[in-house]
Design a protein around this ligand. Structure first.
Ligand code: SF4
Length: 219
């Protein structure tokens, strides 16, 4: 089996509850969503690597970071490859597997859930993405993911509304997972403390963490 992989590199995680840790990033091509704020080049091009499981293993084992971020795009579009790769090689890698996902492909998640250690699940707000909401899919996804160390990442700007805040906090409470609020870049005139406090009034396990790698000029 092969998968199209845009890039593989080692860097510092700049988002979420593992911000500041070194990770190996494996960026798969393609996404099933179309967020207006997307800053990731996940399209296939002539530089895209088409790797078999053993070839990916050979590349990631050369790095010394102790955690691998499977990211994209949407990595779960490649769930069959991920399942096959981790089934064959996770025991040899001895590295934590961290899945960065938009939290919509719950059937695909079922295929790999036993092979993943941490799930960073985005909840995409229509006020930020300019797209439709996916809250029902997010809930089905959390129903599976919450058996692992999972957190919810919420990218937002000044247009976030109270209904969106309610939905995020209801889901986080129901599945008992932390929320990481991530200001959309470039920053706008949002009152970040006020927005944080609206979440905090309903749910205490909430952090406000900007995209650290952008401030540090890291990949
Ligand atoms: S889900 Fe992520 S990768 Fe896909 S379009 Fe939205 S921001 Fe970009």
């Amino acid at each position: 089996m092969q998968a199209p992989i845009k890039e593989i590199f080692e860097s510092i995680q700049g988002e979420g509850i593992l911000a500041g840790y070194k990770q190996i990033f494996v960026r798969f091509t393609g996404c099933n969503l179309n967020c207006a704020f997307c800053d990731t080049d996940f399209l296939k091009d002539e530089k895209t690597l088409h790797l078999k499981e053993e070839e990916l293993f050979d590349k990631v084992r050369r790095y010394d970071a102790e955690s691998i971020s499977l990211t994209g795009g949407e990595p779960l579009l490649h769930h069959q490859f991920i399942k096959s790769f981790l089934t064959k090689y996770k025991k040899y890698l001895k590295k934590e597997i961290y899945l960065e996902t938009n939290g919509t492909l719950y059937n695909e998640l079922k295929e790999v859930i036993n092979l993943v250690d941490v799930v960073a699940m985005d909840v995409k707000l229509p006020s930020a993405t300019g797209d439709i909401e996916h809250f029902e899919d997010n809930e089905k996804f959390l129903n599976i993911a919450s058996s692992l160390a999972t957190f919810m990442k919420v990218v937002f700007d000044s247009k976030i509304d109270d209904d969106e805040i309610d939905i995020c906090t209801i889901l986080a409470k129901k599945y008992n997972i932390p929320i990481v609020l991530q200001p959309k870049m470039p920053l706008d005139n949002a009152d970040y403390f006020e927005i944080y406090n609206k979440f905090f009034a309903q749910f205490k396990d909430v952090r406000l963490i900007p995209q650290m790698h952008k401030f540090l000029n890291l990949q």
